[in-house]
Ligand binder design. Structure first.
Ligand code: SF4
Ligand code: SF4
Length: 239
């Protein structure tokens, strides 16, 4: 498999399954046979995920990418042997970090939910091309502070039933169909599906401003029999 195809979700699944370490062998940077140069993206993905690991208390040394060509069997062998030695030194996943395995599951589940958010927030850096093999320099692409801040700034998006006018703009633009949408009915964000991209917030017409970013618990949606939209004009006329 091309290293560029290795998604953060694959790495996460390995850790969810209790794997102690994940190693990616990728072609040398600049030597990809295709215009996509997926190995740069693989490197960026690893750099980002290592920061995420750090945030949730996992040792980032459990994830490594090394570059080599198909003719460098010796490099492959040496890289894998060194990685195995490192991971053995760290001990079993979770136990090595002193984290309760159930707690680790909870933390990984939260990361899984936020993967699309991290991809959207970091999309420019994830597609950048870092030249050279200076590992210390590459590590600066994502800083710990930056990723900690991204974790802290995850908002929920909520549609105010008093303001929604069922214009359907948000539902048409949501990239993951996370908005429960029916004609003439107050729209609702499905919080389990929402990837926190913020598109709905941006596109809700300024005359309605029905969508808010909120932290903490999201208010429950209106019951089905209270979802009919009352047009602003009609409400005012009736009043
Ligand atoms: S923030 Fe809005 S547009 Fe983005 S996924 Fe969530 S509901 Fe959809
Ligand atoms: S864009 Fe705003 S007003 Fe239109 S349906 Fe969505 S939340 Fe309601």
């Amino acid at each position: 498999m091309c290293s560029g195809r290795v998604d953060m979700g694959f790495v996460l699944r390995a850790f969810e399954n209790g794997i102690d370490g994940v190693f990616l062998g990728a072609c040398h940077l600049g030597e990809c046979n295709y215009i996509t140069h997926g190995n740069y993206q693989a490197q960026n993905m690893v750099l980002l995920f290592r920061r995420i690991m750090e945030h949730i208390g996992l040792n980032p040394e459990r994830l490594r990418i090394n570059f080599m060509s198909g003719a460098e069997a010796n490099v492959f062998t040496e890289s894998v042997n060194d990685f195995v030695k490192t991971v053995k030194g760290l001990g079993p996943l979770a136990k090595g970090e002193g984290i309760d395995p159930t707690e680790l599951k909870t933390r990984l589940a939260e990361v899984k939910r936020l993967i699309p958010y991290f991809k959207i927030v970091n999309r420019e850096k994830l597609t950048t091309r870092l030249e050279g093999h200076d590992h210390a320099e590459a590590e600066k692409l994502f800083t710990k502070e930056e990723i900690d801040k991204q974790f802290a700034e995850v908002f929920s998006y909520w549609i105010d039933p008093e303001k929604c006018q069922a214009c359907m703009t948000c539902a048409r633009r949501c990239p993951v169909d996370a908005i429960i949408s029916e004609k003439q009915k107050i729209h609702i964000v499905d919080q389990d599906k929402c990837v926190r991209c913020g598109t709905c917030f941006e596109v809700c017409p300024p005359k309605f401003r029905a969508i808010s970013k909120i932290t903490g618990p999201v208010p429950p949606p209106p019951p089905e029999d209270k979802r009919a939209v009352v047009r602003k004009g009609k409400e005012e006329a009736a009043g």
